[in-house]
Design a binder for this molecule. Structure first.
Ligand code: AMP
Ligand code: MG
Length: 500
């Protein structure tokens, strides 16, 4: 008999070590008749769990049927937060359970089951997650990672015939999420406002700094330094989201990661036709989380985090000073990202050609918005743009309704490329590494979900594989081309809401 390798569970993880104020021990409510829907072999390999993930032990653990030996009880943590700009008071892990921590080649990781039953923080919810939204979270977590965006990961997706009532009757699923930490802005808001327990707030902040931001430990003002570091990470994250046309959909402060990770994939979306006001969440009636508003909302959320840390920072000028670098960091990261998407190498600030880059981007985005140009397809095709005199650039040009307006822009773009002696073939290689060919558009997820409901998980798995190499042509299978194409007309009718 061979001994199967299993994860090395730590007897006490970060939260458990802090004491009882931060989390409650809750046993998972097992998913009945669990079955695998999908796994992430890449993540399993990175974590050193590839063999284990093939075992019955893995299915039992990741469906909540059995607790991992040596990990201690599973935990639901308490947090609060601002939802849609309004203080919502206590929230907490209403359907997420921390199984424990494991030591991996990537360092210690928290392993969490999402949808493993109710907790003291479930409020009116049932503690479950439906297969539909779990497929979306599983696919998008891993797709974002492959796109180079900091994110919580998804190791596996388990389904079950257990009925779950939403607008219609659906079935339950559990996603296994993995991250160094699932700490949210809302954890700090909770101890500052709801619990008003400054001692607990300090315990949490000190432990977070020691574990996740050790370089800040010697700082004269460690809590302001923490705030500034989170602001900078968030700025870079938001620039990455914007550059990919990614819309989160529910940027409430309880869905903002202290580590600057993308977290809690719900009604997210990737832009199809470019519309800066695009609202991906059908429940977001005011458009608070529209694509173009995301960077400002993130800054607003950072102010909420600052309020949560105020009892420790004490000096509001110091808190504001810690937030201030967000603006410049975001602006710089965003301009860098646009330049990369256009295949421009950065020129010294003094060079006149570089001064016009922001204007070049702004004009482009205006024209894309005017014509509803497909965001991902445009940037991918722009890699093939030729600067040769009289070249046929109709593959890009035809994406615009006002072709003359595009021509005028293309002339400026060409001149800018020539100013840095750009070589078309080399530029294309650079651009193809930042402008993905494959993104998780809603209609692709929807097709996979439809088949999964018939217990055919091959499309979920196929999409997962495809999205592992979003920058590659993947021409080895001609059928892949359809996944990089325009969304079908029915995609416009898709309404993705908070219900999950
Ligand atoms: P979300 O907007 O999905 O991030 O969730 C906001 C809050 O609602 C969090 O505290 C979640 O844990 C909780 N929640 C969402 N759905 C459920 C559910 N089905 N059962 C219990 N709690 C839930
Ligand atoms: Mg959430």
């Amino acid at each position: 008999m061979s001994i199967q390798p299993s994860p090395a569970w730590r007897p006490q993880g970060f939260l458990a070590a802090l004491g009882p104020d931060f989390a409650t021990a809750v046993a998972a409510q097992p998913l009945p008749q669990p079955h695998w829907v999908a796994q992430s072999p890449q993540l399993a390999a990175d974590l050193g769990l590839a063999d284990w993930l093939r075992t019955d032990d893995a299915l039992a653990l990741l469906s909540g049927q059995r607790a991992p030996a040596g990990a201690g009880p599973s935990l639901a943590s308490v947090y609060s937060g601002h939802q849609f700009g309004v203080w919502a008071g206590q929230l907490g892990d209403g359907r997420a359970l921390l199984l424990g921590e494991i030591d991996t080649p990537l360092g210690p990781m928290e392993v969490q089951l999402k949808g493993a039953g109710s907790t003291p923080y479930s409020r009116r919810g049932d503690g479950r997650a439906v297969l539909r939204s779990s497929i979306r979270e599983f696919l998008c977590s891993e797709a974002m990672h492959a796109l180079g965006v900091p994110t919580t990961r998804a190791l596996a997706l388990v389904g079950s015939p257990l009925p779950v009532q939403r607008e219609t009757l659906e079935t339950a699923a559990v996603v296994t999420r993995v991250a160094p930490s699932f700490l949210r802005f809302g954890h700090f808001e909770h101890f500052a406002h709801t619990a008003a327990d400054i001692h607990a707030l300090k315990t949490l902040a000190d432990a977070s700094i020691a574990r996740y931001f050790p370089a800040l430990q010697g700082s004269a003002q460690p809590y302001a330094a923490l705030l500034q570091e989170v602001a900078l990470r968030t700025a870079r994250l938001l620039a990455q989201w914007q550059a990919l046309g990614f819309c989160h959909g529910v940027m409430n402060t309880d869905n903002m990661s202290l580590l600057g990770l993308s977290i809690d994939y719900g009604p997210f979306g990737f832009l199809d036709a470019f519309d800066p006001g695009h609202i991906c969440n059908h429940s977001d009636h005011q458009g608070r989380y529209a694509w173009a508003r995301q960077p400002n909302v993130a800054f607003w959320n950072l102010h909420a985090l600052a309020q949560g840390l105020m009892p420790l920072i004490e000096d509001s000028d110091a808190a504001l000073a810690a937030l201030e670098p967000y603006k410049a960091a975001y602006a710089q990261a965003m301009l860098d990202a646009w330049r990369a998407k256009l295949g421009l190498r950065r020129l010294p600030e003094a060079a006149p050609a570089a001064d016009g880059d922001q204007a070049l981007v702004d004009t482009l985005l205006q024209r894309m918005a005017a014509g509803g140009t497909d965001f991902s397809i445009f940037f991918r095709r722009l890699g093939q743009f030729s600067t040769a005199p009289g070249a046929d650039n109709s593959a890009v040009r035809d994406l615009f309704i006002d072709r003359e307006a595009f021509d005028a822009w293309a002339q400026r773009y060409s001149a800018r490329l020539q100013a840095e002696s750009s070589v078309d073939a080399e530029r294309r290689l650079r651009m193809d590494r930042v402008n993905p060919k494959f993104v998780l558009r809603n209609h692709l997820a929807e097709t996979a979900i439809g088949q999964a409901r018939q217990r055919d998980f091959s499309e979920v798995q196929r999409l997962h594989r495809l999205l592992q190499r979003p920058f590659d042509e993947q021409a080895e299978d001609p059928a892949n081309e359809a996944y990089a194409g325009f969304p079908p007309a029915w995609a416009r009718q898709l309404e993705i809401s908070c219900s999950s």
